[in-house]
Design a binder for this molecule. Structure first.
Ligand code: SAH
Ligand code: F3S
Length: 446
């Protein structure tokens, strides 16, 4: 029987993408078959996240469980990748000496070779460097399982927001060559994908090299992608307000594939805090760009990331954040309490807001956003929506689920068995939960 691989992924969509590609690579090179059960695996890989302290702690609790598995089955190979691996490097072995492989976000394509080395040398193998060669050149073409797919267009981040570890763990911004991105998307479309989400820490900072030596901006990349036949929906995450250019905003006028949904992290609504975070823009800049976008797409749904309780955040600063959520009419957010990350400039700031106050602020922010999400979900009742069909509904027998442009789930009755990956039209008949709807089918577009 073939050997089995278990991969656990923590953190962002970039990690999800990396894990999927790594699994494909290991299947191709080592004939490893993926399993959902760590107890039957021969290779256990943990793709880690260090964005907040809590994420980092989860790494060691999971490794504790894996250590017990290894005690029972000593041939097990345990690998740790991602941002915690990148940050800790060899030091990780001090806390977890039973780990065999340590690889970073930029060296995962070397994992098969590292496994070979481990087998020969019987010593842990560590490689968390940032090689200048593209890891993507060494990864197989992605496999497709549904109508949706993710494509990484850049790595790392050079923004150095004062609170954030990403530039240190994933390295400086590097864009994938333009032709590679186009080829990967074309490959996915040829396999029936209709919705593409472009991934990167700052996708709008994309500067892709072209084969003739020129560079392509993010807006221009979107324009090129929109010419590819079969692409019905185009999304991207994450973009940065600073580079949300007029050229990019104009794309919303002439590219119908771009969904009217933008995730644009702002972190705070207070100019004082934005400056301390080194975001390099103020509240007015953010609102100006949103207003321009809404002038073109009045139906725009906006989501954002917030950090609550940044060092020195006063009640007044926090009020400014709540106010920004109202003024920008936000639909959704990923919000967290500030977590000091070792090695970042903000970690040296005096942080004297009690945790109870931070928790209470986070709750107020979440309550405000949830009320808005629910309002917008309810407002969709009676409208016609195109939805991308995903899978049979597990909740309602005889139903399928699909997703709207603004990430709402729609349950609808259908007798077919092969609807996955189709874009169909429904009339929304009821709101089921804060982000789920019921729809009645009106049309079929395949
Ligand atoms: N590239 C994105 C952010 C990537 S990190 C941007 O443009 O901002 C994802 C999110 O994690 C951030 O938006 C931020 O809200 C959160 N985050 C990052 N560092 C954090 C920290 N030290 N404490 C709490 N949240 C943090
Ligand atoms: Fe982090 Fe700021 Fe980059 S939040 S990922 S340093 S844009």
């Amino acid at each position: 029987m073939g050997k089995k691989l278990y991969i656990e992924t923590q953190g962002c969509q970039m990690n999800e993408y990396d894990s999927a590609r790594l699994a494909d690579l290991l299947q191709e090179r080592e004939q490893l078959e993926r399993t959902d059960d760590p107890r039957e695996a021969d290779i256990l890989l943990l793709n880690t996240c260090s964005i907040r302290e809590k994420a980092q702690e989860k790494v060691f609790s999971e490794l504790g469980r894996w250590r017990q598995l290894k005690e029972q089955r000593p041939h097990l190979i345990i690998g740790v990748g991602g941002c915690v691996a990148s940050q800790e490097g060899e030091d990780l072995l001090k806390r977890a000496p039973f780990v065999d492989l340590i690889f970073g976000p930029q060296t995962l394509h070397r994992v098969p070779d590292m496994m070979q080395q481990r087998r020969q040398a019987r010593l842990p193998v560590v490689d968390v460097s940032f090689p200048t060669i593209e890891k993507f050149d060494h990864l197989p073409e992605p496999r497709v399982e549904s109508g949706k797919a993710f494509v990484s267009i850049m790595e790392g981040c050079s923004k150095y927001c004062s609170f954030c570890v990403v530039p240190y763990t994933r390295g400086e911004e590097v864009s994938r060559p333009f032709d590679d991105v186009i080829a990967e998307v074309a490959h996915l479309l040829a396999q029936g994908v209709v919705e593409i989400t472009l991934l990167g820490q700052n996708v709008n900072g994309y500067r892709g090299r072209e084969h003739d030596g020129g560079t392509v901006s993010f807006a221009s990349l979107l324009e090129h992608l929109a010419t590819l036949p079969g692409l019905l929906r185009l999304r991207y995450t994450t973009s940065h307000p600073l580079e949300f250019s007029d050229e990019l905003i104009e794309c919303y006028r002439h590219l119908p594939q771009l969904v009217s949904h933008v995730h644009l992290p702002v972190q705070s609504g207070s100019d004082r805090i934005l400056a301390a975070m080194k975001r390099n823009h103020d509240r007015a800049d953010y609102l100006r760009r949103i207003a321009r976008l809404r002038a073109i797409r009045p139906d725009l749904h906006l989501s954002s990331d917030f950090i609550v309780g940044f060092p020195g955040e006063s009640e007044e600063d926090f009020q400014a954040t709540l106010d920004l959520i109202r003024v920008a009419d936000m639909d959704h957010s990923y919000s967290f309490i500030y977590s000091a990350r070792p090695g970042t400039p903000a970690a040296d700031l005096v942080d004297d807001t009690p945790l109870t106050v931070k928790k209470e602020r986070l709750q107020r922010l979440k309550d405000l956003i949830s009320a808005s999400t629910l309002d917008k979900t309810r407002a969709m009742v009676g409208s016609r929506q195109k939805i991308l069909v995903e899978s049979p509904s597990t909740r309602y027998p005889g139903h399928w689920v699909g997703s709207t442009f603004n990430q709402r789930i729609v349950h609808f009755a259908a007798t077919e068995t092969d609807l996955a990956g189709r874009l169909i039209e429904v009339e929304i008949s009821a709101a089921l939960t804060i982000n789920a709807l019921r729809g009645e089918r009106c049309d079929l577009h395949s």
